[in-house]
Design a protein around this ligand. Structure first.
Ligand code: DGL
Length: 283
């Protein structure tokens, strides 16, 4: 296999909050970001559709030369990762790898909660998949997990309304609903990569003693650890310190919106279709 960049996939802009941490942690590597902005949000889509869209994205990133793809999207990690790892990868290319972001987040929990009561704020798809409670049960069976779906939060971010006054209503509503279900929660996982963009407002409406967990650092540490344990994969990753961007939407829209996530960083996205013909045709 030829060497290439680390592929980062999200339904839209949320994965950029993970990319930032990966670049800080692994600055010498090349990254190729793919946002399926034309079909975002994935949060309320069925298992089959999220799997189909995510599998298309992974195949596209492979065709663009990525030996390793990170699903920087909880919804895709919850609904598509296992099938892609177990069914698709052995057929496509057993040497390539696809990693998710739920497990690294869950691994961090052991030392974060004192009351052993944890809340999850995420998309409807992630909450309904029960991926977080199931993963947490495997590692920390004593932790009580309560989830709350926040269907309006991703649309607020994708539509540039993260800082608007109107966003406050929806944010407070979901935090209050979560805490009404379990008053002992002392740690809340922001289980959607879009949510760091709403962080200031989430912090404002969350009691001070509750810790908010953003995923970026944990995912970055976990990837660095993975590469140190898998030198055969590490050797396949190019190191030119570059980042390129692909979007399924208009490149002008992507450039303007991504600038909110990555202030001061020049972004020159390229349009790509995940559905028409061979992904290499678009290279
Ligand atoms: N950013 C994605 C996540 O982490 C979800 C966004 C969506 O609903 O498409 O779950």
């Amino acid at each position: 296999m030829k060497s290439g960049p680390i592929g980062i996939f999200d339904s839209g802009y949320g994965g950029l909050t993970i990319l930032t941490h990966l670049r800080d942690r692994l600055p010498e590597y090349d990254f190729l970001y793919l946002g399926d902005n034309a079909r975002t949000p994935y949060g309320n889509r069925s298992f089959e559709v999220v799997y189909q869209f995510t599998a298309q994205a992974v195949r596209t990133l492979f065709a663009q030369g990525c030996p390793l793809v990170i699903l920087a999207c909880n919804t895709a990690s919850a609904k598509a990762l296992r099938t892609i790892q177990q069914i698709d990868l052995p057929k496509i290319d057993p040497q390539r790898r696809v990693l998710g972001i739920i497990r690294p987040t869950v691994e961090s929990l052991g030392t974060l909660t004192v009351t052993r009561h944890v809340g999850i704020l995420a998309t409807g798809g992630t909450i309904r998949s029960l991926s977080y409670p199931l993963e947490i049960k495997k590692l920390f069976p004593d932790i009580v997990v309560t989830g709350e779906a926040c269907p309006m939060w991703v649309p607020l971010v994708e539509n540039g309304e993260a800082q608007s006054d109107g966003a406050d209503y929806f944010i407070r509503q979901r935090i209050d609903a979560l805490l009404a279900k379990d008053e002992q929660i002392d740690t809340i996982i922001l289980g959607c990569t879009h949510y760091p963009l709403l962080y200031d407002k989430i912090r404002r409406y969350t009691p001070e003693h509750i810790r908010l967990v953003r995923q970026g650092d944990y995912v970055a540490d976990s990837l660095a650890d993975y590469l140190s344990r898998h030198p055969e994969m590490d050797a396949l990753l190019t190191r030119g310190a570059t980042t390129r961007y692909l979007t399924t939407e208009s490149t002008d829209t992507f450039r303007a919106s991504a600038a909110v996530f990555l202030p001061g960083i020049p972004i020159h996205p390229r349009h790509i279709s995940l559905t028409e013909g061979d992904p290499e045709d678009n290279a």
